[in-house]
Design a protein around this ligand. Sequence first.
Ligand SMILES: Cc1cc2nc3c(=O)[nH]c(=O)nc-3n(C[C@H](O)[C@H](O)[C@H](O)COP(=O)(O)OP(=O)(O)OC[C@H]3O[C@@H](n4cnc5c(N)ncnc54)[C@H](O)[C@@H]3O)c2cc1C
Length: 266
Amino acid sequence: GGFIGLEVAAGARALGASVTVVETTERLLGRAATVALSDFVREAHERRGTRILLNAKVTGLTGQHRVTGVELADGSAIPADVVVVGIGALPRTDLADQLGLEVGPLGIVVDEHARTSDGLTVAAGDCAVGPNPFSRGVPGPTRLESVPHATDQARAAAATLAGHPAAYATVPWFWSDQADLRLQMAGLPHGADQLVVRGDVAAERFSVLSFRDGLLLAVESVGSSADYLAVKRALEKGMTIDAAAAADHSVPLKRLITPAHGTRTS
Ligand SMILES: Cc1cc2nc3c(=O)[nH]c(=O)nc-3n(C[C@H](O)[C@H](O)[C@H](O)COP(=O)(O)OP(=O)(O)OC[C@H]3O[C@@H](n4cnc5c(N)ncnc54)[C@H](O)[C@@H]3O)c2cc1C
């Protein structure tokens, strides 16, 4: 029930396969998305004919020379010709361990310049965990798994090695194409205390904006690139959008961008 599993499921379903997604937690995309997007994604896949099982744990595979089925913890079984295991990845930290670098439960610890604990070695990408300016005060380090993050943090690492440290300060952004749906996300929604849904969920064209203490944290857009771009731009400029005003879909979000403390700018 993560991005990889759902993208494969959508592709297989589009080719006519009978597809079941088995997710061990209570919702899809639980690590990355808000509950609002998780619920929508489940319904969208079900509408397209994919069976989604939540709170269901795989305990084994059956078959002699090739797989014939998947066994679940509740004793049930799902016949299968092909099984795709998309259950996340763990960073390989053995090299960092050998160097005596600080390694936390999530990965190799770095600062905003991609510097590790010895002050000389850099780490970037999926293996690195560090501060992210776009967590907007939500405590705790962040480890992101995305191509844009890996390349942007690598630039910060290269600048550090070249002796011109420039803090990593790129708005996290992600995309996922699932069937005919284009999901675009910017910012980090963790720690949100308010969600605003704008647009038409039934028509599969809408956005979910996340806020904490009234401050804009993130956007998740489905078929609504203008919303995604407006929020990404607001976050890049350290600005915000009023939550109540954002709910009115007739007003473009780019017209609602204001400094984090008040006055509208455009
Ligand atoms: C199936 C799949 C689909 C994905 N789809 C998307 C997507 O659509 N969009 C997106 O943004 N992201 C996607 N991702 C995530 C994205 O691939 C990663 O975030 C990105 O590749 C991270 O780059 P990286 O350089 O940090 O790590 P990697 O790309 O994993 O590269 C690390 C390299 O280091 C090597 N290595 C490890 N240990 C050592 C060592 N001790 N010595 C030397 N080499 C070593 C590894 O073998 C590997 O080649 C996807 C990931 C997967 C698995």
